[in-house]
Write a protein that binds this ligand. Sequence first.
Ligand code: HEC
Length: 302
Amino acid sequence: MDHLLILLIASAVIAFAFWPRCRKQCAAATKPHPSFWKTLLTTHSLNQENDMIDINPGTTLARLSITYKVLFTGFLLVIGVGLMMAGMQIMLTHGKADGKPGVSINDIVYSYYGNRSGSKLESMLNGSMKAMAPDEERFALIQWARDEAPAKDWPTKIEPIMKQYCVSCHNAEATIPDFTKLANVQKVAEVDQGASIGTLTRVSHIHLFGISFIFLFVGWIFGMSEYKLKWKLILISTPFAFLIIDVMSWWLTKYIPVFAWFTMIGGFGYSLASTVMIFTALMQMWLPREMWWPKWEQDETK
Ligand code: HEC
């Protein structure tokens, strides 16, 4: 919580340092300052009024030939299902990190920073593996992990517990760690340092390369919709910004747990932006104009 407070104060200071200065100078210069949007839109678009709906004649989604409507719809539907699957996968992997269902800040912290207060073996035995063995055996395992998992106890104390309660699932055939071998049990008995640099680099580059292509095509299709130019630009650019925030936050969380909040915000931000883009595109391709939401004024859409 302390960290969060520091973070908030730091953001406030940065916002204060950059924002009001221009306003003050411009007010002094009597001339009204053209808004950021107005400047951007009048220099980069044919639209002279920043409130106009952005329409590229001939290439709007509604006027697209059926061939491309079907092509784009197929793509958008598969991407939509893919996003939901990604969400489910997050629930199933990160969601369980703290042993409680649902994704919480602790899950993200445990996944990247690790649970420095104990080993993975311990946190799992207090979490989703709690029901697997009676308390007495669980405590024996936790005690062994806290004693830095000495090999001498393996044949007498630990292996029998593993054989009786754990190896029915944790064996060589399974995709989960094989607990018939001491080395594998010792690995989960080490204090959990979170994601390794190796894992983070691998996941980061796959994520950045892969997902940016999804956003490129979703944004490309959405770019042909009839939408207020300002909002169109915001919707098209936010997923990329949030993607960077998301990936950066994993690295920061590895060292400073409070950045887990950025992972949450990043993921939420780009899911929301892509959902809006996908729904808008599908709506404008297939529904009559009267049913569109938000409703555009008739004269604006001409
Ligand atoms: C009914 C099958 C089953 C039994 C029995 C079982 N586990 Fe698991 N265990 C799993 C599954 C499935 C996972 C992976 C999914 C998850 O993380 O919840 C897992 C994951 C783990 C992990 C995390 C491994 C990692 O590196 O991510 C640990 C530690 C663990 N189990 C310990 C134990 C211990 C100790 C016992 C015996 C007391 C045990 N489990 C018994 C099914 C089982």
